[in-house]
Design a protein around this ligand. Structure first.
Ligand SMILES: [Fe+2]
Length: 128
């Protein structure tokens, strides 16, 4: 079962203008985001193999995000855009990560799931 989070603040309209100014860079960054999302779902399975309730969802998510990567990569190839050699750190994720540290193992587990959901919801909001 999938749930969604209501974001408190919408992305600025300026975001789309910036994307359109350098669409190829956006594609490269977006490809990185899809690769990271798939890897995050896979890493949650690796880190929490005993959390059987989330494993089917994480498998689905990993595959879905890899398919998104495939779609973006296909567009990149049509435009002769190559992947980044190194994936840059996302500033906003870097700022949110400390919130997932500390506390009990259960709260860290839930915080990681929540962080992944927030990041995914923001991505969906921007693509609408
Ligand atoms: Fe995605």
């Amino acid at each position: 079962m999938k749930f969604s989070i209501d974001l408190k603040v919408s992305s600025s309209a300026d975001w789309l203008e910036v994307v359109m100014l350098d669409f190829d860079s956006f594609l490269k960054d977006h490809a990185d985001c899809e690769r990271k999302a798939s890897a995050m779902a896979t890493s949650l399975i690796a880190k929490y193999p005993d959390r059987e309730l989330i494993i089917p969802e994480m498998i689905e998510t990993a595959i879905e995000e890899l398919e998104h990567f495939q779609q973006v990569y296909s567009i990149m190839k049509q435009r002769s855009v190559s992947l980044n050699m190194e994936m840059e750190e996302d500033l906003y994720i870097k700022q949110l990560m400390p919130l997932t540290h500390g506390g009990t193992p259960e709260s860290r587990f839930l915080s990681r799931l929540l962080l992944g959901s927030v990041v995914e919801c923001r991505g969906c909001e921007r693509f609408k």
